[in-house]
Design a protein around this ligand. Structure first.
Ligand code: FAD
Ligand code: EPU
Length: 345
């Protein structure tokens, strides 16, 4: 376990300037428990962070930030598949690269998603036609008070679109310490999304899919190392069919994705663009030119700048389309996570 200086700027991909009271790096479950104990004893808030790619700091954090850096990748080969047991502090993209370089396909559609492996189940990361839930065998979560480690199966994780039990019952007082992934030897390419549909299913290789995904992502999404951002700021809204059909009649080119339950997912980026907000700036924050669902730290934005911009975007989209967007990004105030929808209301 090691402590560092108290600046959070390099620890959140929005590059928002904020401080914590203390920042601790945890290399093991014991370190996590010790850090939890330190915070409890001092009666201070406690915040776990992976790589800070899905958080917005609204102000200084008045407590202990713990960086989960539990490492390790163990591969077990079975007749029909591989099982990867991965420490929560491994970098997600490096895991994708590692798997490909060991001729273990299946993760390539999820290349270049920032963050740690342990954070991936929390919002059930998804991109280019795949969600983590289709590969996830189990998640090991530790109760920081009792040290008990519970292994949750995929169904127990209650995965949904940008959803899981880790945002609810296992949010406070728990830490994800490892994730199990099962990757089939009967690999089938997933070529349903964007430029992937142009690839030839019979001959395409996992590496070609990886390359195509990386290329598409680099063309649309800003690199946090250059421009602060947290990916899609809002979730794509899922609306009832009556509203979706009404909008489709008004806007025939609107992207429209029917869901299994009869509801319809709309493209939030399209709604934001149609509301005329591409490139719109407020304070140091701005709506990204190439992808209107991404809010960026254009020029020294504060957490309040990003919040004010998000509120403006949300109200404008509701004004145009009667659809209320919900943030995907987690809002962090001085004492811990705060309800993002309420913060924007
Ligand atoms: P953090 O931001 O550090 O943490 C996120 C939340 O999880 C916080 O509430 C934190 O307290 C909690 N947490 C962190 N670690 C643990 C733990 N071990 N146990 C319990 N709680 C924990 N997401 C997608 O789904 N698809 C995409 O295509 C995608 N593209 C992105 C592109 C860019 C450029 C960026 C910046 C982000 C993108 N994201 C995407 C969002 C982000 O990458 C994911 O949400 C990622 O899983 C977050 O990982 P992290 O380690 O940075 O989490
Ligand atoms: N669109 C616009 N204008 C825009 C942005 C998008 O018209 O400014 C349209 C696109 O033309 C397309 C549709 O909206 O028809 C969807 O856009 P895109 O394919 O770029 O995907 P997205 O729905 O905006 C989602 C995820 C991303 C993920 C991509 C690829 C959410 C909230 N976002 O974005 O995840 O990488 O699909 O699968 O579900 C993230 O979660 O942080 C993230 C980046």
């Amino acid at each position: 376990m090691s402590s560092h200086d108290t600046s959070l700027k390099a620890l959140n991909t929005f590059a928002i300037v904020a401080d914590a009271t203390e920042i601790i790096t945890a290399h093991s479950p014991d370190d996590l428990v010790a850090a939890w104990g330190t915070a409890q004893k001092a009666k201070r808030p406690f915040l776990l962070l992976g790589e800070g790619s899905n958080v917005l700091f609204l102000e200084n954090f008045a407590g202990v930030v713990v960086l989960n850096r539990i490492k390790g990748i163990e591969v077990t080969e079975w007749t029909k598949d591989w099982l990867l047991h991965v420490g929560a502090g491994e970098n997600w993209h490096q895991l994708v690269v590692y798997a490909l370089s060991h001729n273990i396909p299946g993760l390539e559609n999820l290349a270049l998603i920032p963050g740690c492996v342990g954070s991936a189940p929390i919002q059930n990361i998804g991109a280019y036609g795949i969600e983590l839930q289709s590969l996830c065998e189990y998640v090991d979560v530790m109760n920081l008070e009792t040290r008990d480690v519970i292994r949750l199966s995929t169904s127990e994780c209650q995965f949904g679109y940008r959803e899981s039990i880790f945002k609810h019952d296992y949010r406070d007082g728990y830490a994800i310490i490892a994730v199990g992934l099962r990757l089939s030897k009967n690999w089938q390419p997933k070529l349903t999304y964007g430029d992937l549909t142009k690839l030839e299913p019979a001959s395409v290789t996992p590496q070609q899919i990886f390359d195509s995904v990386c290329q598409m992502r680099r063309s649309k999404l800003p690199d946090p190392a250059v421009t602060g951002n947290a990916g899609s700021f809002f979730k794509n809204p899922i609306v009832n069919i009556a509203l979706a059909e009404k909008l489709k009649r008004q806007y025939p080119t609107m992207p429209y994705y029917p869901q299994k339950d009869g509801q319809v997912k709309l493209a939030a980026g399209w709604l934001v663009e149609q509301a005329g907000l591409k490139g719109f700036c407020l304070g140091g924050a701005s709506v990204h030119q190439q992808q209107a669902l991404v809010l960026i730290n254009k020029d020294g934005a504060t957490g309040d700048d990003v919040k004010a911009l998000a509120r403006h975007v949300r109200n404008a989209v509701a004004g145009h389309f009667a659809v209320w967007l919900e943030p995907e990004v987690r809002f962090i105030s001085a004492c811990g996570e705060t309800n993002a929808v309420e913060a924007l209301s």
